[in-house]
Design a protein around this ligand. Sequence first.
Ligand code: GLA
Length: 727
Amino acid sequence: MSIAFHAERQSFKLDTAGSSYIIKIHHNGFLSCVYYGAYIPDDNLTDFERRHVYASFSAWPPGTEPYTFTPDTCPMEIGCNGGCDMRQSSVRVRNADGNAVSDFRYVSHRIEAGKPAIPGLPALYENEPGDCETLVITTRDETTGAEMDLYYTVFTKHAAMTRAAVIRNASDKDLEIEQALSFCLDLNRSDFDLISLHGKHMQERDFCRRPIGHGIQGIYSRRGSSGHQFNPFIALIDRSGNEDRGGAYGFNLVYSSNFKALTEVDYNGSTRVIMGLGDDDFGWRLAPGESFYTPEAVLVYSNEGLGGMSRTFHRLYNENLVRGDWKRRHRPLLINNWEGTYFDFDEEKLFAIAKWAKETGLEMFVMDDGWFGKRDDDTSGLGDWFVNENKIHGGLPALVKRVKDLGLKFGIWFEPEMISPDSDLFREHPDWAIHVPNRPSSIGRHQLILDMTREDVRDYIFGRMYDIISSTGADYVKWDFNRNMTEAGSALLPPDRQKEFYHRYILGVYALIDRLLTAFPHLLLEGCSGGGGRYDPGMMYYSPQIWCSDNTDALSRVDVQFGSSLCYPASVQGAHVSASPRASYETKRNVAMWGSFGYELDPAKISEEARAEIRTQIADYHRYYDLIHFGDLYRLISPWDDPYKAAWQFVDPEKTETLVTVLIKFMMRERNFFLRLKGLDPDAYYRLDENGEVYSGALLMNAGLNLSFMPNEDGFSKTFHFTKVEA
Ligand code: GLA
């Protein structure tokens, strides 16, 4: 059984495919985490339950024998505010008396097959019957009548769990939630390094590793989206751990707005991890009988270092997060006109690109920004989702028909959450833009943001998108979001509920996307936010691929792809070959093939040689699709270890084939260069496609490939494909 309750010892044991988690219900009803880490067969950890209670200063809670227990030194499952636990809290509820003290204690529990959905929020789901099981523990604060359910789902095929909480007002007075994080986890040690992913537009998800020490370290967003600056992901790894070895805990929040993720090393040398929706400028009024659902967090444990942790995230997300028609189906090989034309196009220019794409073997044409309203640059038109017939003469259905008659699919760009001050929509409905009273709104990329907390706004945008998609039969939508949120307020929320704005906004966005996908269940949605500014599992639940970065320079973009791979699979990564000057088309293709692949250029502007080279690249997309999208990734040489070169490898789950890519970013590599592969069957033999040479898996993993005579040139890259052969 994956979740077991031991009545006599009052403890739960939650086992996943590779981890164990043990929770104790103390005599006074407090819940603590006795153990979380690699799988252990034991379920009696009574020895580990006791903690020192200091004679001075550590208070013991009501109903507790003096000096026997204090939450301040105990690994707590809930970080209650205002009581004995002096560390960072994970929940803060202000009651009608004006204080925010709470004391959540065990009331009951239930164990359920499968995994319940979270109303209004994206979440992992049960993929096949029996692949997950859920424990729900109900706790209650007697003084206020606030109740909190803790949700733990374990995955039987992956070393992964999810955690989330529901806060319920079981009293007869209003409560104000000021903080509602998804989980609190106290680990009994602090000899970890913290890993996080930071960045900016064009340079997302850079890798940062540093030791944790006493006090608080962490990341957050206050941008109204998960953001380019910090991805909602952190990992803790043993100090001696690396890509292949050591214990690694990964934490990822399934949410696309403000968040926080902190580690705190306390005075006893234990480490608290908390993660959830951002609590700066957050509040939620909870009337009697109402419930508040937190977003869900994903917890992965691996004792095969960062590589093992990443592969677990990848498999889990491919199976239990990404949904819909396009989950396993090969997505069309696309061409997007953005970097080829920017705003400067008409229907003939677009059709010429589509025609070339068809002749070259591509499968979908995507029309990017600039086709609607008055939109010749980024200063106007957002919100006016009517085709601009000065650019697309004859209208959109006619253009789409011509493209489809070629035998291509058609995709279209929207930025549904935005409104330009210079737009008919804004002139008609200025209060539809988010704003606060008596204060001018700050402008980003010449645009404001629509108030997605409002149903009328969502209805309007849905109506426009519905019209365009149904009248053209578009197969794909790129959903963009191109600024941070400022002066965040809604004309419809009363002053005492403005603190609910950010969360209500993203709930509105999720509801709108959900409605669109319900209306068009076969639509392929690609997420985007100035590249990868909303590259999070919340969005991946709706869009099976997300444009990973506006950086299409293969030599630097590869770093973004490495960082993204810490927890996100190749299948969700939108990656394009563009006309960017720094690398050959072969290298651009080799880098872009690490994801849902496409082109982003105007063929009229590139050389005949480049066009001919592209023609040769197409076949490999479908040939390696399953291997790359659903295979196991091994990072062989990562940018955080080597600034000059990079190498990565995909191996199929049965270990029958592997694709290795090596990239020389800068010609400073060692002249003798042996690249050791990973993840193969040491006893099997593998044939290299290009010359038919056969090597044992053991040789490839221990001696490696001799690449000493490979060209040592800036931007040179090469792929090696091996297939298992009978010995
Ligand atoms: C964002 C996207 C780009 C492109 C432009 C259009 O920057 O990331 O791919 O769609 O918007 O304005």
